[in-house]
Write a protein that binds this ligand. Structure first.
Ligand code: UGA
Length: 436
């Protein structure tokens, strides 16, 4: 099928390449010439495992191309909208500028029977408004939210755990559903749940999924706060409650909390939208979720200060990680970088290392020192803090080896990824998050 994808960021670029890899003929469209040039050369403009390979393969096959020309969407059967919906600069609501611009640029090129499939995360009610503008062209709008995780985006797109389609009532909606089932034929054939809803439900599925995940993380981080004043160990607690299948162990990783381009801004936009709908109290707890999350960054900074005897001023602190999570170079709202910046603000001589995110981090925080090589970064450190649980830091850094590089023996484990006993045995003072 001929498809267009408007917006070639983390979501759109992966979607375009993944759709081409399952056999569709895809054009990716974005206003950013640099991004388009890079993608056209087959170079992924960001770090995402597996993306490079499918880009190279599908561009070579002729099934995938990229352009800045919105007219290239003409002739496609389905047009995916995959642009960003960041937090507004002066509030917590979502900024829909890019979605509106994308739809406006697409409308002149739509034909009778085309499908416009919204994938961006939007406040509930957005699709109904967009449909009014799209219907006069003879095209049909569907809302088809995306649940991909950065770091696993290719796999999540090609083989998602569920597909959701919000469609209009009646035969038009049925036709659109059929078309989407064809688009996702390999998943549909293998029996992946395909849930057909109205627009509002589809929009809400997406934001409520992210709100739930954020709640789960802040729940365990709240337990970490209680553990800290009682001497309990939150990781054991998480293991124990996680054995209850109704609770589950995943997303109960206590530490410096969630960040990235999705969870933080999505829970804020959800609260703002609920307020507009006169139902602010229904999700008022999300404010607590946000605040618990942000407090954990303070805690991590405080542990470094405590570890260094009450002040980090002019002390060498090595920060292991900059990305908001491993397997990504994304630093949007990264708790890791926030911790590094705060330590720098307290007068520490901060050295940051990360296997993928240094370039992005340097652009936004040029005041920090960056060292690519992990061991070089560790040299002469008075204290070390692990903030992004890359395997290079979590599994492949024996404390005995770290001891040969650093001056001090203070390790703060901001992701509870290390073995406290091993570090202590090697002579280090170990601080975890919600662990004795
Ligand atoms: C999240 C959702 O997981 C995806 O399903 C969704 O599609 C995506 O947002 C989106 O809306 O586009 P992502 O932002 O890639 O995906 O990252 P997650 O894996 O959810 O991690 C978010 C943050 O939570 C990271 O900073 C991570 O370190 C943190 N986290 C995760 C914890 O602190 N503890 C955990 O146990 C798990």
């Amino acid at each position: 099928m001929k498809l267009s994808v408007i917006g070639c960021g983390y979501l759109g670029a992966v979607h375009a390449a993944a759709m081409a890899s399952i056999g569709h003929e895809v054009v990716g469209i974005d206003v950013d010439q640099r991004k388009i040039d890079s993608l056209s050369r087959g170079e992924a403009p960001f770090f995402e495992p597996g993306l490079q390979e499918i880009l190279t393969e599908t561009i070579a096959s002729g099934r995938l191309r990229f352009t800045t020309d919105p007219a290239a969407a003409k002739g496609s059967k389905v047009h995916f909208i995959g642009v960003g919906t960041p937090q507004q600069k002066d509030g917590h609501a979502a900024d829909l500028t890019y979605v509106n611009t994308a739809v406006n640029s697409l409308i002149p090129h739509l034909a009778e029977g085309d499908i416009v499939a919204g994938k961006s995360t939007v406040p509930v009610g957005t699709a109904a408004g967009l449909a009014e503008r799209i219907v006069p062209t003879g095209a049909t709008l569907v809302w088809n939210p995306e649940f991909l995780r950065e770091g696993y985006a290719v796999q999540d797109t090609i083989d998602p755990d569920r597909l959701v389609a919000g469609v209009p009532a009646g035969p038009e909606g049925e036709r659109a559903t059929e078309t989407l089932r064809e688009v996702y034929h390999p998943s549909v054939a293998k029996g992946t749940p395909f849930i057909v809803t109205d627009y509002a439900t589809a929009e809400l599925v997406k934001v409520s999924a992210n709100a739930f995940l954020a709640t789960k993380i802040s729940f365990i981080n709240a337990m970490a706060e209680i553990a800290e004043v009682t001497g309990a160990d939150v990781t054991q607690l998480a293991d124990a409650i996680g054995h209850d299948a109704r609770i589950g162990r995943r997303f109960l990783g206590a530490g410096i909390g969630f960040g990235g381009g999705c969870l933080p801004k999505d829970i804020r936009a959800f609260s703002a939208r609920a307020e507009e709908l006169g139902r602010g109290e229904s999700v008022a707890f999300l404010r607590e979720i946000d605040e618990i999350n942000l407090r954990r960054r303070d805690r991590a900074v405080q542990l470094v200060v405590d570890g260094l005897g009450g002040s980090v001023y002019e002390r060498n602190v090595t920060v292991l990680g900059a990305a908001f999570k491993p397997h990504s170079d994304d630093i949007r709202d990264s708790p890791a970088l926030d911790v590094a910046v705060r330590l720098h603000g307290l007068g520490a001589k901060v050295t940051v290392t990360d296997p993928a995110a240094i370039e992005n981090a340097r652009r936004v925080h040029p005041q920090l020192a960056y060292v690519e090589d992990r061991d070089e970064a560790l040299r002469d450190a008075d204290a070390v803090i692990l903030v992004t649980e890359w395997d290079e830091y979590r599994r492949q850094l024996p404390p005995e080896h770290a001891s040969t590089l650093t001056t001090g023996r203070v390790i703060v484990d901001g992701r509870n990824g290390l073995d406290p006993a091993a570090w202590r045995a090697a002579g280090w003072t170990y601080y975890g998050m919600g662990r004795p």
